[in-house]
Design a protein around this ligand. Structure first.
Ligand code: CA2
Length: 146
């Protein structure tokens, strides 16, 4: 059995489906987790799915992924645009890392155009709503199978 694919979620994503559906869609984070687990299982992979509102906890989760994950998918939410700590933690990984966003930050406020994470990951998928998670998962699985 290969190591799990880690999917990490940053601040406020626990509120998905309750506010701003026009930006983030109406799926809850639990809906997204369920769908990722199902799709990964069909491809023979396990998912570890986590969320935190706390920057240091996300750093701890990334460090845990160094030993325990085969690939990492992360929606760092607002920390995308601020966190050198998350950037530095991602830089220590030797596994594929994929940044995902529900919305398309480049089309939004100017402060969202800067990603500290983009420089530390394999690639980025954004703007496809909950499908960004599915596309990120497909990318990770493809990288792991080739
Ligand atoms: O589009 C994305 O996935 C973001 O990572 C979402 C972040 C935002 O700061 C990034 O620029 C782009 C915000 C997540 C907040 O999630 C909420 C969900 C429901 C209600 C309120 C906030």
């Amino acid at each position: 059995m290969p190591k799990a694919i880690y999917i990490l979620n940053g601040p406020n994503l626990n509120l998905l489906g309750t506010r701003e559906p026009e930006i983030y869609g109406s799926d809850t984070l639990a809906d997204i987790e369920k769908s990722c687990v199902k799709n990964a299982k069909e491809a023979g992979f396990e998912i570890v799915f986590k969320q935190s509102n706390i920057e240091g906890e996300l750093v701890d989760m990334i460090q845990e992924a160094r030993d325990k994950a085969s690939a990492l998918i992360i929606n760092p939410a607002a920390y995308t645009h601020t966190s050198v700590a998350i950037h530095d933690a991602l830089k220590t990984l030797d596994i594929p890392a994929i940044e995902i966003h529900l919305s398309q930050p480049a089309k939004r406020e100017s402060f969202r155009r800067r990603s500290y994470v983009a420089e530390a990951v394999t690639g980025t998928i954004s703007g496809f709503g909950a499908n960004s998670y599915e596309l990120g998962l497909q990318a990770a699985i493809k990288l792991l199978k080739t």
